[in-house]
Design a protein around this ligand. Structure first.
Ligand code: IMP
Length: 183
């Protein structure tokens, strides 16, 4: 049953779960015994990280970063603030950034630049969703789930004012719920 605030389901739970299984398999095959460090971008990636981690069959470590972007809650400004940095050193490690969604790409572009400066052996991106029509900077997403239309979505880690992250599917919100947001 769908939450009553959801207008339309964009990705079903089944679609997401089979894609996550596929991504986990690919990561396992690609890294073998090179023990990647998966870096989840909080808060949104915590759901994907939990599911993806259990589909990876090779040794792997986890860490998290929390970032906030200045701007309204439905749009990113590109100016990113690190709220929680990594606990682990990534120098000489194989790093995979795990993101729920790439919208303009500005957050990820900033993060990649920041992490590259710490000299990892490799740096790749796993993102469940991208919004190709909203992309403003080129981002190479090696482990890609779904390309979705540029509408604002919630669920599977994604929130609207901190709610709906726990929905097992991804959907658009009924417009009356977020109309009148900031800028
Ligand atoms: P970007 O910098 O524009 O790529 O935005 C990336 C971040 O904005 C994501 O990690 C999400 O936290 C948030 N975001 C982007 N699109 C959506 C959406 O449709 N719903 C909820 N959060 C979103």
């Amino acid at each position: 049953m769908t939450n009553e605030d959801i207008e339309r389901v964009v990705l079903t739970e089944d679609e997401i779960q089979s894609k996550v299984a596929e991504l986990g398999k690919r990561i396992s095959e690609d890294y073998g015994d090179r023990e990647p460090l998966l870096v989840g971008v909080l808060k949104g990636a915590f759901v994907l990280m939990a599911d993806l981690s259990r589909r990876i069959t090779v040794p792997v470590e986890f860490d998290f970063m929390a970032v906030a972007s200045y701007g309204s809650s439905t749009r990113t400004s590109g100016v990113v603030r690190i709220i929680k940095d990594l606990d682990l050193e990534i120098t000489d490690r194989h790093v995979v950034i795990v993101e729920d969604i790439v919208d303009s790409g500005l957050t990820l572009s900033y993060l990649m630049k920041n992490l590259r400066g710490r000299r990892p052996l490799s740096l790749e991106v796993c993102a469940l969703m991208t919004k190709p029509e909203a992309l403003r900077v080129p981002i190479d997403v090696r482990y890609h789930g779904f390309a979705i239309p540029p509408a604002f979505v919630v669920g599977y880690g994604l929130d609207w004012q901190q709610r709906y992250r726990n929905l097992p599917y991804v959907g658009t919100l009924k417009p009356h719920l977020y109309e009148g947001d900031g800028d």
